[in-house]
Design a protein around this ligand. Structure first.
Ligand SMILES: Cc1cc2nc3c(=O)[nH]c(=O)nc-3n(C[C@H](O)[C@H](O)[C@H](O)COP(=O)(O)OP(=O)(O)OC[C@H]3O[C@@H](n4cnc5c(N)ncnc54)[C@H](O)[C@@H]3O)c2cc1C
Length: 490
């Protein structure tokens, strides 16, 4: 049926071996030990978002103003909120399955400082309002009481809030999954899937060496890379919002032994960092964040830019902003740190920035994808729901609106999307050095808005709101033609 290659049969083939793929393979096998499951992906995981992530279990600090006024954005937030609650038990379960030990360290300080844009201030207000309304434990903290917070005087912290977001090393979690798979009998295949084969009711994948594996179900959990497979099946391609490349890099910071051991040269408070410290989302990126790994090791993240094609090298301006922010806004001791680039990895970002979760309209082809900025956090919840549905145990409780075969979802309304695009852009430009005399600020806002409105006019969109982070995709004719499938509004 699929040629003369050697064929092997599975119940489910999971394409992609990082956060989402591993969560899916693990949950399927733990729900039904008799299943034959294969998880396929290259051991090096080049370009993986998961291995480039900090990884924060980021729930509350990722909220943005108006989040719960729009049904799709509200559903998106509830994905992380539901997931955050699962992680402690999930780590215990994984630890037992792998005979290893992982756990979440809870606690994140969210900062607003003199570098924050007006949009960031509104974001902080909004986050606090939601925390109060939902009676989520949080504390407004005097910045001076955060001993490892030592910004330069020009970046003084104005507000700091402790929230119950957490952290864990995503690379360690992947290691634990791999051990669990060995114990449970999940086939781990170190290869890439190059073909998605659909023939009547048969489903199969073709690996780089030509091997064909048949599966009753195939899960596309290989992040942005899945688009190359989707493109092979026009029936799916034309009905599914396109996956773009949400490129992001981080920096691993560390201090040399003579500093960590002998305490030379810097104030030791920086070595005692015991919680994530971050700004809110900033200029369309996930805010500057430092994640402590202990022993003078830190992750500094993260840059963000959505591209139509992958760029496998980090950009100078992105790393420049990160390094400056760490030194100026978090702790000037980082001036003396050693550094190594992490990434780029690609946040699987659809053209509406909403996820693709569930079975496509082609039976047996599933998506656990499009999770963008917080997919690592969401992975246990997404896997619980998709696997229960795949095995016929119950309906998934994931929002129907995020199923993969769907129209492109509007980001708020045209006017609100334009407001957010301008606010986000200016936050980003400030980080890249924009300085305006006060009398020029209004003019700058108006000029940006007019520039963005022209994109809407060109595409004839009177109601549809374009997600601010993908506006440039709609501006470019070639890109627009490739992403132009039916939208829920026009
Ligand atoms: C810089 C950065 C920071 C982030 N920080 C956070 C954070 O703090 N918290 C959080 O929750 N989220 C964070 N995210 C987002 C999060 O990483 C993603 O949403 C999530 O990890 C996506 O996981 P995934 O498994 O879908 O994709 P990926 O992690 O991209 O994994 C895809 C996998 O598929 C494999 N693959 C590729 N092509 C093929 C093929 N043809 N066949 C088989 N396998 C293939 C790849 O090698 C890779 O291992 C961050 C992302 C980035 C880039």
């Amino acid at each position: 049926m699929f040629g003369s290659f050697q064929q092997k049969k599975y119940d489910t083939i999971v394409v992609g071996n990082a956060g989402l793929g591993c969560a899916m393979a693990y949950r399927l096998k733990s729900m039904d030990k008799s299943l034959k499951i294969a998880i396929i992906g290259p051991a090096a995981r080049k370009g993986s978002a998961t291995t480039t992530a900090g990884a924060m279990i980021n729930v509350w600090a990722e909220l943005s103003p108006g989040q719960f006024d729009n049904p799709a954005l509200a559903d998106r937030a509830e994905l992380t909120i539901s997931s955050g609650k699962l992680w402690d038990d999930y780590c215990k379960e994984l630890s037992a399955a792998a005979s290893d030990d992982i756990s979440i360290k809870w606690g994140t300080y969210v900062l607003e400082n003199s570098q924050s844009s007006p949009h960031e201030r509104r974001t902080m207000d909004f986050m606090l309002k939601v925390l109060r309304e939902r009676q989520i434990e949080h504390r407004i903290v005097n910045p001076e009481d955060i001993k490892f917070l030592k910004p330069e005087y020009r970046s003084e912290t104005q507000r700091s809030v402790w929230v119950p977001d957490g952290r864990i090393d995503s690379r360690k979690v992947l290691e634990v999954y791999e051990k669990a798979f060995r114990n449970m009998g999940v086939d781990q295949i170190d290869s890439t899937v190059e073909g998605l084969l659909i023939n009547g009711s048969d489903r199969a994948v073709k690996l780089a060496d030509g091997t064909v594996l048949k599966g009753k179900n195939i899960v596309l959990a290989n992040g942005s890379f899945a688009q190359a497979l989707v493109d092979q099946v026009p029936e799916i391609r034309n009905a599914t919002p396109r996956l773009l490349w949400g490129a992001g890099s981080g920096v691993d910071l560390s201090f040399p032994n003579w500093i960590t051991r002998d305490g030379g040269g810097i104030e030791r408070n920086i070595l005692d960092m015991d919680a994530v410290i971050r700004t809110t989302d900033r200029g369309g990126a996930c805010g500057v964040h430092v994640v402590p790994y202990g022993n003078g090791q830190y992750y500094l993240g993260a840059s963000s830019g959505v591209w139509f094609e992958p760029e496998h090298k980090a950009r100078v301006h992105a790393i420049d902003v990160l390094l400056r922010s760490a030194v100026q806004e978090i702790n000037y001791g980082f001036f003396f740190a050693n550094m190594e680039l992490r990434g780029p990895g690609f946040r699987p970002t659809t053209v509406d920035a909403f996820p693709l979760l569930g079975e496509s309209h082609v039976p047996g082809i599933w998506f656990a994808n499009g999770t963008k900025r917080d997919g690592f956090t969401c992975s246990p919840h997404i896997a619980n729901e998709l696997c229960a549905q795949m095995l016929g145990k119950r309906q998934s409780r994931l929002p129907e609106r995020f199923k993969p075969s769907r129209k492109v979802i509007s980001y708020k309304t045209r006017e609100a999307a334009l407001d957010d695009a301008v606010a986000g852009n200016i936050g980003g430009e400030y980080q890249h050095g924009l300085r305006l005399p006060p009398y020029a600020v209004d003019g700058y806002y108006k000029q940006k808005r007019a520039q963005y409105e022209a994109i809407y006019e060109k595409r004839n969109f009177s109601e549809f709101g374009i997600h601010p982070e993908v506006l440039h995709i709609y501006d470019n004719d070639t890109f627009f033609n490739a992403v132009d499938i039916p939208r829920e509004l026009n």
